[in-house]
Design a binder for this molecule. Structure first.
Ligand SMILES: [Zn+2]
Ligand SMILES: [Zn+2]
Ligand SMILES: [Zn+2]
Length: 382
């Protein structure tokens, strides 16, 4: 696998890369810059900041372009590789095509990143930038026309918010997050079918709730469905169902509703013969009572849902009695993951670390602080 880390100045890219190297047997891989260095990257502090031994690039694992890098990793994709050299859109396009690649972005509050940067400058006896200078650098780094990297970060499959204040708490959060989990690279069957159900829900025209459904038999999709008014009738969102377009509360006046439910549409589409004995119905919402009895009657063997609905208990009773398995599955949440909010299971707590451990961690953290933005610093030593 190859994990690409991208993110703002002092967001923590290199700290995460070092964590992966030390704790998960990753190896660092480098990519030469693909374009002229943006002026803003020339110096973080308008002064030379030396890199560390630990940051030295092994020629063996440095590549002139992304294709050469990919050729190398493709032959070794079962090994673990990490890079922070996400330079531009072309690099991201090429990497994201591959099934062994995961793009992770890391960001942090501007004020926190400024504090980290100041600490780094102070360590190196350099004059730290003012907040205003740092804001301007940050803006140029992310938003400069043509060279700003902000848009790339939005394409990350996993987005991390790193406002942690110590390397210990960062490690503890990363440990709980388990970045190398293979499920991040390729969805499980449950995740795959639930995402298809979510996609179907996007076609819904019902004013009340977007519901999507997929009927699957032996891992093959038999039919899909979403809720809305029947064919040839005006769509619900164009006024087709007076009940849905009135502010009636959920569950009230259901008998006057003209909208077919997603499950009904999927079952009608599949037909009883094709459903057979081993079919599973995936739905983004737990089926209502009237759908439940139809699901039971048509011979579905298992129902997997994501979000609950107000009659879940009653639905569960119907399924239990009729021998249909009912199971909730929620795909991993998308969007920003705040590392400071991740509950740590086997956390290395600051308060219990020995003095020796603290000293060691401080030393590693100081080195990493320098490495953290080696991308940012490297150009001035060329
Ligand atoms: Zn409707
Ligand atoms: Zn309706
Ligand atoms: Zn229903």
């Amino acid at each position: 696998m190859l994990i690409g880390l991208c993110g703002g100045i002092c967001a923590g890219k290199a700290s995460i890369a070092s964590y992966l190297i030390e704790q998960h047997q990753f190896r660092r891989i480098h990519l030469e810059r693909t374009a002229a260095t943006p002026a803003v990257e020339k110096s973080a502090s308008n002064a030379y900041v030396p890199t560390s031994e630990l940051g030295s690039t092994s020629a063996e694992h440095a590549f002139a372009d992304v294709d050469a890098l990919l050729d190398f990793v493709t032959l070794r994709w079962r090994e673990r590789w990490v890079t922070t050299d996400i330079w531009d859109e072309k690099v991201v396009d090429a990497l994201l095509r591959r099934p062994f690649f995961l793009l992770v972005s890391v960001d942090g509050p501007l004020s926190v990143r400024w504090e980290r940067f100041k600490a780094r400058c102070t360590n190196k006896q350099l004059t730290p930038p003012t907040l205003e200078e740092f804001v301007l650098r940050n803006d140029a780094h992310l938003f400069a026309p043509g060279t700003g990297l902000g848009a790339l970060f939005q394409r990350a499959q996993l987005k991390l918010l790193n406002s942690t204040t110590s390397i210990l708490s960062l490690h503890s959060a990363l440990r709980s997050l388990n970045l190398p989990n293979e499920a991040r690279f390729r969805p499980s069957w449950d995740q795959y079918f639930m995402q298809l159900a979510d996609l179907a829900a996007h076609r819904s025209n019902c004013m009340k709730r977007r519901v999507g459904c997929v009927v699957v038999r032996e891992k093959r999709v038999i039919s899909t469905g979403y809720n809305g008014t029947p064919r040839h009738m005006t769509n619900c969102n164009e006024g087709g169902c007076p009940r849905c377009n009135n502010a009636s509360r959920a569950g009230v006046d259901l008998s006057t509703c003209l909208c077919l439910h997603a499950e009904e549409n999927a079952l009608l589409e599949a037909g009883r013969d094709r459903i057979g004995e081993k079919s599973i119905l995936y739905c983004n919402t737990c089926p209502c009572l009237t759908c439940s009895v139809k699901i039971a009657q048509v011979g579905i063997s298992e129902v997997v849902y994501n979000q609950g609905y107000m009659v879940d208990t009653k639905t569960a009773e119907i399924f239990a009695e009729s021998g249909v398995q009912l199971r909730q599955f929620s795909p991993p949440r998308e969007g920003l993951v705040d590392l400071s909010l991740i509950p740590s299971s086997e956390a290395v707590d600051d308060s219990v670390a020995t003095a020796e451990e603290r000293k060691h961690m401080k030393m590693i953290s100081d080195v990493r602080e320098i490495l953290d933005d080696e991308n940012f610093i490297r150009p001035i030593i060329r």
